[in-house]
Ligand binder design. Structure first.
Ligand SMILES: Nc1ncnc2c1ncn2[C@@H]1O[C@H](COP(=O)(O)OP(=O)(O)O)[C@@H](O)[C@H]1O
Ligand SMILES: [Mg+2]
Length: 461
């Protein structure tokens, strides 16, 4: 695991938090117990010494000291009875390391004043609590009973507490490490997988890589986003490859014609001057076709890159359709077709790019003329709620239901040779759809095989 990894940082933070809580908590508990034990021992000693001091009436009677012996044994304290001069009369449960003087001079004075003495001191490395109580016998200077208790017992329990705190800290460390490993498996593994996938996408342009982490959390949605990105890129790549092979194909066909007929003319392979002119006309048509294809491709690439700016203005849809119909009539007449125009009953104004609207309608009307042999083409404007509907209807060959969903794909043509023969590139409807959507509009096609086709556009106002 790297030191700068997220998981390591997380683990270290958890550990730090645990210790930051445990150590002061342990210290506070320790202090509480210490204070409690000291005050307990102190009151216990004071009570004992008081009790004993009142019970002694005669210092010369050693019988008096048996009780003291029992007391010291039972409470594991040490005791001494000191005479008025400060010299010990007896010492119970005694050993050298308790003290070198039972009572100091000032303490002896306190006893003579009838006051008790409480002192905490350290001797030979051990802490003791000393409590002295004056023994008041009538007409005699005060003797005293002095009790000693070491804190050995207390310090052993303190030791235990310290060990407990240390153990808890160790447990916390182990827990934090365990948790870090768990998290590194849970978090780190998918992150590393995502890093690999992203690198594969960026460096090797391999868009087939997927992240296999599935969960309903943030990492899960990041994984999903990466998968979505690679799917999109993969589709884009396939699309692009198809597009280029399509373009190559679309260019090759007319070029083959041009080359073939140019060759034929150069080698004088025509029978008559008329045939020669026919060859030349084919060459002219094919170059037109290439030129059309280039225009459409330029348009499409600009639209798809989002480089088209709309110059929107108020457009009178009725006026526009009227102009379109008039222009279309000239071309339609060549095929013996009639162009009708049905305006809307009310004003139909649109906020749109006029030249783009013309481009859209020209494409649709061209299609209608191209794929209609007899009958008529109708342009209709309808004022719809919140928008305007433009309809281009023909009585032509129609489109089969199963082909309709693919019409807007680039280079999709139901009948390739018919489209080609009429100068179609297969890009028209794809461009139209993009332009309509740029205007926040919608396009739909309704068609019946051998009966005719209706293309409806809807633009919001
Ligand atoms: N009005 C229509 N009637 C019948 N078929 C149509 C019509 N409009 C479009 N199509 C079909 O949809 C295909 C795609 O149209 P489009 O993208 O404009 O390409 P094209 O350059 O061939 O006109 C056409 O090749 C044709 O098969
Ligand atoms: Mg077309």
């Amino acid at each position: 695991m790297r030191l700068n990894s997220v998981v390591f940082k997380l683990g270290a933070t958890i550990l730090f938090l645990q210790l930051i809580i445990l150590i002061p908590l342990g210290y506070i508990i320790l202090q509480l117990i210490l204070n409690y034990s000291y005050s307990q021992t102190e009151t216990q000693l004071i009570n004992l010494s008081k009790k004993y001091a009142t019970e002694i009436e005669d210092l010369s009677d050693t019988e008096n000291f048996t009780l003291l012996e029992h007391l010291t044994d039972m409470t594991s304290t040490s005791a001494s009875v000191v005479d008025a001069e400060g010299s010990p009369i007896i010492q119970k449960n005694w050993h050298e390391d308790i003290t070198n003087e039972v009572l100091s001079e000032s303490q002896q004075e306190q006893i003579q004043d009838g006051k008790s003495v409480v002192e905490e001191y350290t001797y030979h490395g051990a802490t003791y609590l000393k409590v002295a109580q004056p023994i008041q016998i009538e007409n005699q200077p005060n003797a005293s009973v002095v009790l000693f208790s070491s804190f050995g017992l207390i310090s052993s329990s303190i030791h235990q507490i310290i060990i407990l705190v240390l153990l808890a800290s160790l447990g916390a460390v182990i827990l934090a490490i365990g948790f870090t490993f768990f998290i590194s498996k849970k978090l780190g593994a998918p992150m590393i997988e995502m890093e690999k996938a992203a690198k594969q996408i960026a460096e090797r342009k391999d868009f087939s890589s997927r992240v296999h982490y599935q969960a309903n959390d943030e990492i899960g949605s990041l994984a999903k986003a990466i998968n979505h990105l690679s799917t999109t890129l993969e589709r884009y790549q396939t699309n692009r490859n198809e597009f280029f092979s399509n373009i190559t194909h679309e260019l090759k066909t007319p070029l083959t014609y041009v080359k073939g007929y140019a060759n034929a003319i150069r080698h004088e392979m025509y029978q008559s001057e008329d045939e020669k002119n026919e060859f030349l006309e084919i060459i002219e048509n094919e170059t037109d076709h290439i030129s059309n294809l280039m225009d459409d491709l330029m348009d499409l690439s600009k639209i798809e890159e989002g480089k088209i700016d709309l110059n929107c203005e108020q457009v009178d849809a009725n006026q526009l359709a009227e102009d379109m119909a008039r222009r279309a009539q000239i071309r339609a007449s060549e095929k013996g077709l009639n162009v009708d125009m049905i305006p809307s009953s009310t004003n139909a104004y649109l906020y749109a790019d006029k030249s783009r609207l013309e481009q859209i309608l020209t494409n649709l009307v061209e299609n209608a003329i191209r794929y209609t042999e007899k009958g008529e083409i109708t342009l209709q404007v309808k004022d719809k709620k919140g928008g305007v509907e433009l309809i281009v209807k023909d009585t032509g060959i129609g489109i089969k239901k199963e082909d309709i969903p693919y019409l807007f794909e680039r280079f999709y043509r139901v009948d390739k040779s018919r489209s080609r023969a009429n100068g179609g590139t297969g890009l028209g409807l794809s461009i139209v759809k993009h332009l309509v959507e740029l205007h926040d509009g919608t396009i739909s096609v309704d068609s019946e095989w051998n009966k005719g086709t209706t293309v409806s556009l809807y633009f919001p106002k």
